[in-house]
Ligand binder design. Structure first.
Ligand code: RNT
Ligand code: ZN
Length: 414
């Protein structure tokens, strides 16, 4: 234990915050690490461009080209990250072994290597059907498609993914959160806004028809305000999925890049949780649009973390990361974004919330503001370092040296 941690511990204790209890709590809070940062959302079931209105820019060398390479890179990232993680897979990261299997026919066996690997790593898996980067999504519609055979194909994909998620949940003995996001929408002003939404609702009802033990699978639905090519109309809007989640007891996903540019999601958490049981967060960073930059330790991330930690809303929230940057070392991107998410959670846990709440209750807004500002200069960095130390992960910037070595020894040879 370092001297600076001991001093920090005392400073926080003086405010009624027990840093030891905080470290224990943070240690077991799972953060879902998205596999798609490792290969620019490429996947392994096809060659071709990324479609669906999302984009990765940058051509940093050393991208993972095979499932084995991606797992190797994930292991490197996980080695450098303190805390508890799950890995979040997309259906396009299946391993088909030259079998011609389309997405409607995917089975658990196509993810067996991932499951074996997750067991070795002692981590859970989350899952996502892939409704983009496929010939049957090329015209911009999937579950809301007017062509019944295409709509059915994507319904079958959704059902197949729930079977796979159930397998993950059972094999790994951890709930698999399955997130449904579709790119469907129009570039230009539609005439009929109703019919695609009615079709989407019908498709979701069909996909979710089979009851699965919630211990193994939690279904989540993710909205978006616009995408490239769906600027004027997105079928799965916020109101659509909020309504769907409430009416059908589903998890609502909030991605902080999926709202208007100045609109945060922190303030939505306590509202949505009045009406849904659970939330899934896609922690991301929009820069002027849904750009999915690497998550920073900034006001947005901190505000989200505070909302989760205060009042224990974290118990009803799944935290997942969703960003993709191909312009920097991809492992560093994971490490920076995941560490920043953890730092924000730590920062929130170190807040003397009971005191803040009491001040508010007493109408003493002066004290409330004074404490909130004081917290910004407290020695939370020393607590963070202690957390890294206890996790046997590099302290400070030491992780960067390790990433640079990995780049030289492994990535440079790809
Ligand atoms: C897209 C959504 C979605 C994807 C991943 C790859 O705008 O945020 O969550 O980023 O499924
Ligand atoms: Zn997302």
């Amino acid at each position: 234990m370092s001297n600076s941690y001991e001093i920090a511990k005392e400073r926080y204790a003086a405010l009624g915050v027990d840093t030891e209890a905080v470290l224990e709590k943070l240690q077991i809070l799972p953060v879902s690490l998205h596999c798609w940062q490792g290969d620019d959302v490429g996947g392994f079931d096809r060659v071709g461009d990324l479609t669906g209105g999302i984009q990765v820019t940058g051509n940093y060398p050393g991208k993972a080209n095979t499932p084995a390479q991606l797992r190797q890179d994930l292991e490197e990232a996980l080695r450098l990250l303190p805390g508890t993680y799950k890995v979040n897979l997309h259906a396009s990261y299946c391993e088909l072994n030259r079998e011609a299997v389309d997405r409607d026919k995917l089975e658990p066996k196509h993810f067996q290597n991932w499951v074996n690997w997750a067991k070795e790593q002692n981590i859970g898996l989350d899952f996502n059907p892939t409704y983009f980067s496929h010939p049957k999504s090329d015209d911009g519609f999937t579950l809301s498609h007017k062509d019944e055979s295409i709509r059915k194909f994507w319904v079958e994909h959704g059902k197949a993914c729930r079977n796979i998620g159930e397998y993950f949940g059972k094999e790994l003995d951890q709930t698999c959160v399955i997130n449904f996001w579709i790119p469907d929408g129009y570039k230009d002003v539609p005439a009929d806004r109703v019919a695609p939404r009615a079709r989407l609702k019908k498709s979701l009802d069909e996909i979710f028809e089979r009851q699965i033990d919630p211990k193994y699978v939690q279904d989540a639905v993710e909205s978006k305000v616009f995408g490239i090519g769906s600027e004027s109309y997105v079928v799965g809007s916020h109101e659509f999925y909020l309504g769907y989640a409430v009416a059908n007891n589903k998890v609502l996903t909030l991605d902080n890049g999926h709202f208007h540019p100045t609109e945060g999601i922190a303030d939505k958490i306590s509202s949505v949780l009045q009406f849904t049981d659970k939330l899934l967060l896609h922690v991301s960073r929009p820069v002027r649009w849904d750009s999915d930059h690497v998550v920073l330790f900034n006001d947005d991330t901190m505000a989200i973390a505070q909302e989760l930690i205060r009042n224990n809303l974290i118990d009803r929230t799944y935290v997942a990361l969703d960003f993709f940057d191909g312009s920097i070392n991809r492992i560093a991107a994971w490490v920076i974004g995941a560490r920043n998410t953890q730092k924000a959670l730590l920062y929130a846990m170190l807040e003397p919330y009971a005191t803040l709440q009491q001040a508010e209750e007493d109408g003493d807004y002066t004290t409330r503001l004074a404490i909130q500002e004081e917290m910004k200069f407290m020695p939370y960095q020393a607590v963070w370092d202690e957390y890294c130390r206890r996790n046997n992960t590099p302290v400070g910037l030491n992780w960067l040296t390790e990433v640079k070595n990995y780049e030289k020894n492994i990535l440079a040879n790809r």
